[in-house]
Design a protein around this ligand. Structure first.
Ligand code: ADP
Ligand code: MG
Length: 365
């Protein structure tokens, strides 16, 4: 027994990226607090504090995959999103996207960390998420291709080239919630409270949205093959097999909802933020996206009802809410509308999404 206890765990090396401005700006401090846990787990650390937006994209695009065992982001979902985009820009994207990544929550939006913590039955605290890095293993995570006509040029972060795809692991929202997400950025100093604050402001504004949602409905017992079992030939980008060519009519069997929408929230994972249990039925690697919608123009009462039930995931029982299970969809909205993809800002127009089951790997338990 002594021998087992004395044998240290195998040495590993992690590349740790810290966003100094994520959330309330406590990235560095959070990391210093959890660093001893990693050291005790015999993990060598190479730490980089980012100097600008997009810095994490560049690092993920260029670092040597063979030199590390894991890449860790200390920040929020937007920061993790940058690492994923960096992976997907590489020539060796098919290896890079399967490289384990981990999240230590230090942002105002920590939907992925919350999802991982909830799945492990733990609170979403930096210490618990560090435990996933020290003792956990890489878990398969769905990733979706997002194709859009336009990117917002006034965005403080413009990721990628308008003609390229981007890749989302968390959510795509439009209408009410997209605007809350994006407009609340100026309240980042409030931490995760920024969403509550902006939600109330948005409810009071009584705005309405119009669009067309076309989707391939997944049957109840739908079993999606893992992306890596589908193809040996990985090419330059993930293969999209369900979506029509951009701008062409969807294939047969797709359904359409057109008109006024109040809420449109497509979720790949269960949580969009600490207090937003948007899609309780969503699994990390089920190959599905759950689209939570409110059709028509919701009243202030409907919004309040839904938002107050969100933390416990009880909004899906409200009669004004509908949940659609899909593997691929299109959303057409006015050019001037706002979309939020993993918390990043996009413009309206036509956008297409298709899920790739288990494409990425995130540390969890
Ligand atoms: P939050 O959840 O508060 O939005 P994130 O960690 O997701 O926090 O970060 C938000 C954005 O901060 C990221 O999309 C990234 O582009 C940007 N960012 C990262 N490092 C820096 C930096 N050094 N200066 C300015 N912006 C940065
Ligand atoms: Mg999923």
């Amino acid at each position: 027994l002594d021998e087992i206890i004395q044998k240290p765990p195998k040495q590993r090396k992690f590349l740790v990226l810290i966003n100094p401005i994520g959330g309330t700006g406590k990235g560095e401090k959070t990391f210093e607090k959890i660093r001893p846990i990693l050291m005790n787990a015999n993990i060598l650390i190479e730490k980089v504090t980012t100097e600008r937006a997009q810095h994490a994209v560049d690092i993920a695009e260029n670092f040597d995959l063979t030199a590390y065992d894991c890449i860790v982001v200390v920040g929020g979902d937007g920061f993790a999103y940058e690492v994923i985009q960096g992976f997907m820009k590489r020539k060796d994207w098919a290896d890079a996207i399967r490289f384990p990544f981990g999240v230590i929550p230090a942002g105002s939006g920590n939907g992925l960390a919350k999802t991982m913590a909830e799945a492990a039955g733990e609170l979403c605290l930096p210490e618990n998420c560090t435990y996933f890095l020290a003792k956990g293993k890489p878990l398969e995570l769905d990733l979706a291709t997002l194709r859009t006509t336009s990117f917002y040029s006034i965005s403080y972060t413009v990721v990628g080239n308008p003609k390229e795809s981007s890749f989302i692991f968390l959510s795509l929202s439009w209408a009410f919630l997209a605007e809350v997400d994006i407009e609340s950025e100026k309240y980042r100093y409030l931490g995760s409270q920024r969403f509550t604050f902006a939600t109330i402001a948005k409810i009071m504004s009584s705005k309405g949205w119009n669009g067309k949602f076309t989707y391939l409905e997944a049957p109840e017992d739908d079993i999606v093959p893992n992306y890596w079992d589908l193809t040996e030939n990985h090419g330059q980008a993930p293969q999209v097999s369900l979506l029509p060519a951009f701008g062409e009519l969807p294939k047969e069997g797709w359904k359409t909802i057109e008109g006024a929408f109040s809420l449109f929230w497509a979720m790949n994972v269960s949580h969009a933020a600490l207090d937003a249990h948007v899609a309780p039925m969503a699994k990390l690697n089920d190959g599905h996206i759950y689209v939570v919608i409110m059709e028509g123009k919701a009243t202030k009462g409907d919004y309040l009802n839904v938002m107050l039930a969100l933390e416990k995931g009880q909004h899906i029982e409200k009669p004004c809410v509908k949940v659609i299970k899909t593997r691929a969809f299109e959303l057409e909205t006015p050019e001037g509308d706002l979309l939020s993809a993993d918390g990043e800002r996009y413009a309206g127009g036509l956008c297409q999404v298709e899920v790739h089951r288990g494409m990425a790997r995130v540390m969890g338990i």
